[in-house]
Design a protein around this ligand. Structure first.
Ligand code: NAD
Ligand code: FES
Length: 290
């Protein structure tokens, strides 16, 4: 059941969903797969927040296609047919020794809708006595998400592509500026569109800041069986749903990841991937019949 629904910005919605077993076990960095009804598409969504006492999970989604558009028609009191999770591995940060973590300077890069999955990690650190820097980037002021919530748990730097609010420019410019001002970071965590994560990684590699990214490729089963979410990391084939979604951003093959994202959109593209990836292409959405 959906216990709360809120429009955060144009085409971006927040829902609190009653899912006590997911809320009991989930950790920052994990995701869920939702289905609206029996025939519905499986939609992977990173967990944005959770409340173990209330047994709720907060998801934030953007309407990008027919299924997410149908999700918007669901109201408080309606229910999803399936709400599966927690899936994927929790963020590496939460497994580190807390005293060691306190010595580290951490910067989060939250791009657009990617701000939603950044929030639980920053909140978790704050709850453990660690104040991280957070660079939030959005196309324009009206698309900035969770500003007050984020400011309550981290040191926030906002930038907009069009300069309509605070700084003008992309997140990479802010990283460079903070670096030039003498800020030294031990870890960067970047979550947002792939193109942003790619350019953040190119910069942080130059600045020698280890960088974790959260990959959101096409997913189907979310359990490592279909092969849809394949990513090359350090020359090895990984599956974002079971090996990730977080990876060392300096090792991700971004051009391949972005090519797959586009290619999977058409049947012709999927056939081409099957050809390209040969024996290592284990299935993939729509290929089980072959
Ligand atoms: P957007 O296009 O508005 O970009 C957000 C910010 O990223 C920009 O404001 C800019 O600062 C930065 N950026 C974009 N391109 C850049 C570049 N070339 N170099 C440097 N910085 C750049 O973001 P959006 O429209 O909210 O993005 C939606 C996308 O985010 C969807 O494709 C969605 O799948 C993805 N997403 C990813 C995750 C994840 O886990 N990685 C989570 C939610 C959404
Ligand atoms: Fe990861 Fe299918 S979604 S293997």
């Amino acid at each position: 059941p959906i216990v709360k629904k809120e429009k955060l910005a144009d085409k971006i919605y927040l829902m609190d969903v009653k899912a006590p077993r997911v809320a009991q076990y989930c950790e920052p960095g994990q995701f869920v797969i939702v289905k609206i009804d029996e025939q519905g598409e499986r939609i992977p969504l990173t967990i944005c927040d959770y409340n173990r006492e209330a047994g709720t999970i907060t998801i934030v989604f953007q309407t990008v296609g027919a299924s997410t558009q149908r999700m918007v028609s669901l109201e408080q009191g309606d229910a999803f047919a399936d709400f599966v999770g927690p899936l994927g591995c929790p963020s590496d940060l939460i497994d580190e020794d807390i005293e060691e973590l306190k010595k580290k300077k951490i910067v989060f890069i939250a791009g657009g809708v990617g701000t939603a999955p950044v929030y639980p990690q920053v909140k978790w650190l704050h709850e453990h006595g660690i104040q991280a820097d957070v660079i939030v980037g959005a196309k324009t002021q009206s698309l900035i998400l969770l500003e007050e919530e984020m400011k309550a748990v981290g040191n926030v730097y906002i930038t907009t592509d069009d300069g309509s609010y605070e700084r003008k420019g992309m997140v990479t410019q802010v990283i460079q500026e903070l670096h030039d001002q003498g800020k030294q970071y031990d870890v960067c965590v970047a979550i947002g569109p792939m193109i942003m994560m790619k350019f953040v990684c190119l910069l942080t590699k130059k600045l020698e800041i280890p960088t974790i990214v959260s990959m959101n490729p096409i997913m189907v089963d979310g359990t490592g069986m279909c092969g849809g979410c394949r990513v090359s990391v350090g020359g090895e084939i990984k599956f974002a749903c079971v090996d990730g979604p977080e990876f060392d951003g300096h090792l991700v093959n971004w051009d391949e990841a972005m090519m797959r994202q586009q290619t999977y959109k058409t049947a012709e593209g999927r056939a081409m991937l099957k050809e390209l990836e040969g024996e290592t292409h284990h299935g993939g959405c729509g290929h089980c019949e072959g």
